[in-house]
Design a protein around this ligand. Structure first.
Ligand code: PRX
Length: 656
């Protein structure tokens, strides 16, 4: 233990439930227990064997070069083409007729079936068209698209010619797009007239026009016609169907160095300027392919995989595009939202296509929990055999609900911890090995060395909390921040020398299993105890009336900070009854202890979330401390803060 007297983060909650892996899964599992030992005895040899999943033009001569740490190189000297690995080689192996994507548009009956042969032809045509538009190796291409097959094609076409893509989530504003274009000096934007969202066409092109108007470096805008809505047309604009459809479907992929940049993905930092996370080709593809195969126990011949994330996030990059396609599997690509035109839409799609592996985020699971179990019960979900979760800690109650209501009480839940920066899964159970604990991401994957340390950087003992770090480099790690090596070092490698600091709090339980406790910036300090937002939120969500909870620390004269909670009730709980606040405070006391009892609890209709579904606790803290609410421009729905404040003035809060 450290010299510091106060633990870095208190260990509050207890969870006794365990779920053994299903026997049939154990019997045929891709990965067995022994792989952990193998990877531990020779980590680099383990990653070399994982690299055999790919086709290399030239084999590497050194697995890892860490001489210039924290600037790492993986598979040094190796050459490959990411697009060839994701498409051509499956066609060459005789699997051209296999479905790569069942694409499901938001309007009902708007579907497309795309085989690996179709995908190869379209990627080749797009690669030729990009070259004709003057895009060459190393150029940056911004992609601002709805969830349509052309988005995947665009990414793979860039990868094929060695251009670096930066996908900007279609829900972002013109400003956000312009900032990203400027930061990476993109020369081409690929977009669509619009996409469908909640039953109506939603325009994309006007935001592009605005951003391009401010970005003199953009030479052309390539536009897919998706909705057919009216759009303005400028002299840089080119229709996709005019240039891509007419291009040749023959294109010979060139092999690039394993360290050739593949993409830049922007993620928000603590300061306003977004960080351009740079991923390169070989190591990224190795780890995204291996983890997709291992963590979901993927059987590419029979599985139908569905990751519900948007391609605009890293989850979509690694687990809709690069991982699944490198593994040659069949996936679902769905354009719309889970509740359009009805709240059973996802489950209808699972039933229709026989989805076997489903990967989503806790925020979506909690929304489904709020809507009630009777919705998924109307569909046959028996094809599902493995479930995944990503983006935040999954509250134990949401985990158990997911496993029961969606997974039929048998499908194991993989709580995968990773980040835009890590590129691929880092901490997760394995479906044929791990006895899962609801709420815990369990162990570092084979070949990944994670730890929880205290303020001094010393490893904490089992049963204690602290800071999550990665002790050894990993293949899919970010290589730097685009154009800012110093910020890369300062942000990730300076807090604990020699270790990657992820910004997350975590604890090791008595068995040494890892529980994520939220961003350390969100940690509260109540009477000298550092409390995690995640644990108190999970205690609230374990109450039968609660669907979702967010907890913040508000300044308090006596205790330093006081716990303030915001909760959304489940629909079948109505308004919760007159005593709901007292009940919930009592419940937290029982589940965790009096130290964590919220000083006040506000029942709210919605919580402020970013577009990727993460709760913006900073804004709630402003409310809790009676301040003017700060910058809310990254909110998915900006009216949410008004709803919360009006609820407050109607006296829902309860104070001691
Ligand atoms: O705080 C952790 C949380 O999401 C952060 C990374 O966010 P982003 O880069 O947007 O990537 C999300 C998709 C990989 C992490 O620092 N996070 C992600 N997965 C989990 C999680 N927190 C707890 N448990 C998880 N499984």
């Amino acid at each position: 233990m450290s010299e510091s007297t106060e633990p870095s983060l208190s260990n509050l909650s207890r969870e006794e439930r365990r779920f053994e892996p299903p026997a049939d899964l154990v019997a045929s599992a891709n990965v067995t227990e022994q792989v952990y030992a193998e990877a531990e005895s020779d980590r680099l040899a383990f990653w070399e064997s994982a690299a055999q999943r790919l086709s290399w033009g030239t084999r590497w001569d050194r697995v890892l070069d860490w001489d210039d740490a924290p600037f790492g190189k993986w598979f040094v000297g190796g050459e490959l083409n990411a697009s060839y690995n994701c498409v051509d080689r499956h066609v060459e192996a005789g699997n051209g007729g296999k479905v790569a994507f069942h694409w499901v548009g938001e309007p009902e009956d708007d579907t497309r079936t795309i085989t690996y042969s179709d995908l190869k032809d379209e990627v080749c045509r797009a690669a030729n068209a990009l070259t004709d538009l003057g895009v060459s190796t190393g150029d940056r291409v911004a992609i601002y698209m709805p969830m349509i097959p052309e988005t995947v094609v665009s990414m793979l076409a860039c990868a094929r010619i060695g251009a670096i893509h930066t996908v900007v989530f279609g829900g972002f504003s013109a400003d956000a797009l312009a900032n990203r274009i400027e930061d990476c000096d993109a020369t081409l934007v690929i977009t669509a007239d619009g996409g469908y969202r909640r039953g109506a066409p939603s325009a994309l092109k006007p935001a592009v026009d605005d951003a391009v108007g401010r970005s003199p470096g953009i030479q052309n805008v390539l536009v897919v016609r998706r909705t057919g809505q009216d759009i303005a047309w400028g002299d840089k604009d080119v229709w996709w169907h005019d240039v891509v459809d007419k291009a040749s479907s023959e294109h010979t992929p060139e092999n690039f160095d394993a360290e050739h940049p593949l993409y830049v993905m922007y993620t928000s930092g603590t300061t306003g300027k977004p960080k351009g996370i740079l991923h390169t080709t070989g190591g990224y593809l190795v780890q995204s392919a291996w983890t997709h195969w291992a963590v979901f126990d993927l059987k590419p011949e029979t599985d139908v995989f569905w990751c519900s994330a948007d391609i605009g996030w890293v989850t979509g990059h690694s687990y809709i595009v690069y991982g699944p396609l490198a593994n040659g599997c069949t996936s679902i690509l769905y354009e719309g939202t889970p509740d359009t035109p009805h709240r059973g839409r996802w489950w209808e799609i699972v039933q229709q296509y026989g989805v076997t592996i489903f990967y989503t985020a806790p925020t979506a699971i909690r929304a489904c929990m709020k809507w009630g179990k009777d919705i998924p019960e109307q569909f046959d979900l028996s094809s599902l055999r493995v479930l995944g979760s990503v983006g935040e800690s999954i509250n134990p109650e949401a985990y158990v609900w997911y496993r029961d209501a969606i997974g039929g009480g048998t499908a194991p839940v993989m709580d995968t911890w990773w980040q835009t920066e890590t590129g691929a899964h880092m901490i997760s159970p394995l479906p044929g090995v791990t006895a899962g604990k609801p709420g815990s991401a369990m162990q570092g994957l084979p070949g990944i060395v994670v730890d929880v340390v205290d303020d001094t950087g010393a490893s904490v003992p089992d049963g204690s909390g602290g800071y999550l770090v990665v002790r050894e480099p990993w293949p899919a790690m970010l290589r730097t921040l685009w154009g800012d090596d110093q910020r890369y070092k300062d942000t990730y490698w300076s807090r604990f020398p020699g270790m990657y600091f992820a910004g997350d709090g975590a604890k090791k339980d008595e068995d040494g299993d890892i529980w994520l406790l939220g961003r350390v910036d969100d940690v509260m300090n109540v009477s000298g105890h550092r409390l995690s937002t995640t644990e108190i939120e999970s205690a609230l969500v374990s109450h039968p009336k609660v669907a979702e909870a967010a907890v913040v620390g508000a300044k308090d004269e006596s205790s330093g900070q006081a716990v303030v909670a915001f909760v959304i009730l489940r629909e079948d709980a109505g308004d919760g009854g007159p005593d709901v606040v007292a009940e919930l405070r009592q419940h937290v006391t029982k589940e965790i202890g009096a130290i964590a009892k919220p000083k006040s609890i506000m029942v709210v209709p919605e919580l402020p979330k970013t577009r990727s579904g993460k709760i913006m606790r900073r804004l709630l803290q402003d409310v809790a401390e009676n301040r003017e609410v700060g910058d809310a421009t990254t909110l998915a729905d900006t009216s949410v803060m008004d709803q919360i404040k009006s609820g407050l003035s109607s006296g829902k809060a309860d104070e001691d």
